[in-house]
Design a protein around this ligand. Structure first.
Ligand SMILES: [Zn+2]
Length: 86
């Protein structure tokens, strides 16, 4: 079972995701950043179900440094590169 996110850093990340997700309406009309906002909505769902920070493909923990840069990341760098190659 995954540990619930309780640290202040995780809370900050969750707030960032909320901000990204709330940009979705603007992004839909401008056509920019839509994908990132959608990813943020998905990340919020992962926080709710306790799988946030776990790679969707290899199921290993996504490095904190990656989540700092891209809090909505669903995959570790290696799996993301492989995913984009498909
Ligand atoms: Zn992975």
């Amino acid at each position: 079972m995954q540990r619930r996110i309780t640290t202040s850093r995780a809370k900050k990340r969750q707030d960032m995701l909320h901000d990204l997700a709330s940009d979705e309406v603007v992004c839909v009309t401008t056509g920019t950043g839509y994908s990132r906002a959608t990813e943020a909505v998905h990340a919020l769902g992962r926080i709710r179900d306790g799988t946030y920070g776990i790679c969707a493909d290899c199921r290993k923990r996504i490095p904190a440094a990656r989540l700092m840069v891209k809090p909505e990341a669903a995959r570790c760098v290696a799996c993301q590169v492989e995913y984009e190659r498909r």
